[in-house]
Design a protein around this ligand. Structure first.
Ligand SMILES: [Zn+2]
Ligand SMILES: [Zn+2]
Length: 70
């Protein structure tokens, strides 16, 4: 796989969109795995710090509500 921003061999993939990234173009960003309501009804997020990020895609800061399909 090649980097999405140049033609070097990719060293990893963006955690958000799956684009290939070389070492020069990889960035880091906190990745939200899941959000849930903890004790005392305080919403909590399970996150991965420093997940690989391409710098191109635009992950939403909050998970989007997915209405259940009938
Ligand atoms: Zn690159
Ligand atoms: Zn991406």
């Amino acid at each position: 796989m090649k980097c999405c921003r140049c033609d070097q061999e990719a060293r990893g993939v963006c955690r958000f969109c799956g684009r290939g990234l070389c070492q020069d173009h990889q960035q880091n960003r906190t990745f939200v795995l899941t959000t849930y309501v903890g004790s005392k009804r305080v919403p909590k997020s399970l996150v991965v710090a420093d997940a690989l990020y391409c710098g191109i895609c635009k992950p939403q800061p909050e998970p989007i509500e997915m209405p259940y399909l009938d």
